[in-house]
Ligand binder design. Structure first.
Ligand SMILES: *[C@@H]1O[C@H](CO)[C@@H](O)[C@H](O)[C@H]1NC(C)=O
Ligand SMILES: *[C@@H]1O[C@H](CO)[C@@H](O)[C@H](O)[C@H]1NC(C)=O
Ligand SMILES: *[C@@H]1O[C@H](CO)[C@@H](O)[C@H](O)[C@H]1NC(C)=O
Ligand SMILES: *[C@@H]1O[C@H](CO)[C@@H](O)[C@H](O)[C@H]1NC(C)=O
Ligand SMILES: *[C@@H]1O[C@H](CO)[C@@H](O)[C@H](O)[C@H]1NC(C)=O
Ligand SMILES: *[C@@H]1O[C@H](CO)[C@@H](O)[C@H](O)[C@H]1NC(C)=O
Length: 376
């Protein structure tokens, strides 16, 4: 077909142009032009918490975590891949490993700083997780390394083309409920949400200052439907955390619109996780799930006790036969199948679900200039 051959010709020209790169970037890197940087909590953590001093509450590096896709537990809080793993695949990037994993990192593809249990506030699980501010400091370290490796101009262009994913806030809202958290109870709910969003905004602006332009967010989810919260939290507390999630989502949407108006070239994608989550909980069979109430792994009513794997406080647990029949893998976290559905919507969803841009359009919109002499 004519379209195919002209595409191949075009790709060939790009290939030739990139081959002459003085910085010696591999052609495969040049083809995957937009890197992926990931910040956040257990929804996005590929195993950073394996390398910090914490407790098993904030780790998932034991069986049966990972059983459906990886042949070993990786530290991901699910039976298989997480949203950033699918996004990397759709963007034709390699899997982005945990930043703290000791290996030869190819930061040209990006990095993942997310940490299970982390929040935007330093008071959320202090000392046990990598909070958002520390994740930012790791990103700054990567920026420095890239400048040393590629030179200032190419590093800046890489950060400019990259997409930055965030999943943050859930732990700031869930952790103080039913405790005596002094920070939470010193503020009104709206003020508390503003602090969370304020800290996120600070991080966005820092990344923007380093050249970042393309950002992807997910809303807070309906926490009251997580098997753990559904079974072990009072009705009053569920109402409280639901109010926080809704306030968060309103404030996030407003802040993102404001940033778009304020910051030249700032583009974002905001995935309506709340309604997408509810859709599946209300109509599991329409989305291929047999159960969207009960966890696949855990103990107690709806397997809501966070004991999956038997390495936490409660040792007793049971495991379902087939994780892909379940929306929830453990008492807090979705299964790989649920994550895949969300990742697909984030990648190519329509603006009423993922807007104003979807991640595909953010990744597609890349300037190849610094790698390819600017003629393609
Ligand atoms: C890890 O934390 C425990 C408990 O807080 C402490 O006893 C231990 O010394 C810490 N280990 C390291 C390597 O920091
Ligand atoms: C975030 O909030 C905390 C208060 O919990 C504050 O100490 C910290 O400096 C703030 N800023 C950032 C960027 O995290
Ligand atoms: C909260 O504080 C009160 C009084 O200071 C105490 O009686 C109660 O046990 C505390 N609750 C928790 C969950 O720490
Ligand atoms: C697990 O469940 C999924 C979805 O219902 C189904 O497609 C798959 O065949 C099942 N796998 C096994 C091994 O039963
Ligand atoms: C979003 O819009 C698409 C068409 O653009 C429509 O098919 C879909 O039902 C809408 N979804 C929601 C949740 O409104
Ligand atoms: C892609 O970039 C071009 C030029 O920089 C811009 O005009 C267009 O609006 C961008 N599209 C998206 C979806 O960001």
């Amino acid at each position: 077909m004519a379209t195919t051959s002209s595409f191949q010709l075009y790709a060939f020209i790009i290939f030739l142009g990139c081959l002459h790169l003085p910085s010696g970037r591999g052609t495969s890197t040049a083809a995957a032009a937009a890197a992926l940087f990931v910040f956040g909590d257990s929804l996005y953590d590929p195993g950073n918490n394996n390398y910090i001093n914490t407790t098993t509450d904030f780790q998932a590096n034991f069986w049966p975590y990972g059983e459906s896709f990886f042949d070993h537990p990786t530290g991901r809080f699910s039976d298989g891949r997480l949203i950033p793993d699918f996004i990397a695949e759709y963007a034709k990037l390699p899997l982005i490993p945990a930043y703290l994993k000791p290996e030869d990192h190819q930061f040209e593809y990006g990095a993942n700083f997310a940490s299970g249990g982390a929040g935007a506030l330093a008071e959320t699980h202090p000392g046990l997780v990598i909070d958002l501010k520390t994740q930012l400091s790791y990103f700054k370290d990567v920026g420095k390394l890239l400048r040393e490796k590629l030179g200032k101009k190419d590093a800046k262009q890489l950060l400019h083309n990259a997409v930055y994913l965030f999943s943050i806030g859930g732990n700031d809202y869930i952790s103080p409920i039913g405790t005596n958290s002094s920070i939470y109870y010193s503020y009104s709910q709206a003020e508390y949400v503003d602090m969370v969003i304020g800290n996120l905004t600070t991080v966005i602006k820092e990344i923007y200052g380093d050249g970042g332009r393309k950002f992807g967010f997910v809303e807070s989810l309906p926490y009251g439907y997580l098997p753990n919260i559904r079974t072990l939290t009072s009705g009053e507390s569920i109402e409280e955390v639901t109010t926080l999630a809704k306030l968060h989502n309103k404030a996030l949407a407003k802040t993102l619109r404001k940033l778009q108006a304020q910051l030249k070239g700032f583009k974002y994608s905001n995935f309506h996780l709340y309604s997408s989550f509810m859709e599946r909980i209300d109509n599991p069979s329409e989305y291929g799930f047999k159960d969207a109430k009960k966890a696949c792994c855990g103990s107690g009513k709806l397997r809501g006790v966070y004991s999956c794997g038997g390495k936490r406080e409660v040792k007793d647990y049971s495991l379902c036969n087939n994780a892909s029949e379940y929306f929830f893998f453990d008492s807090y976290h979705p299964s790989e199948k649920a994550y895949r559905q969300f990742a697909e919507l984030m990648w190519s969803g329509t603006p009423n679900i993922t807007g104003p841009h979807n991640l595909k359009s953010l990744f597609d919109n890349v300037s190849y200039k610094p790698y390819c002499f600017g003629f393609v």
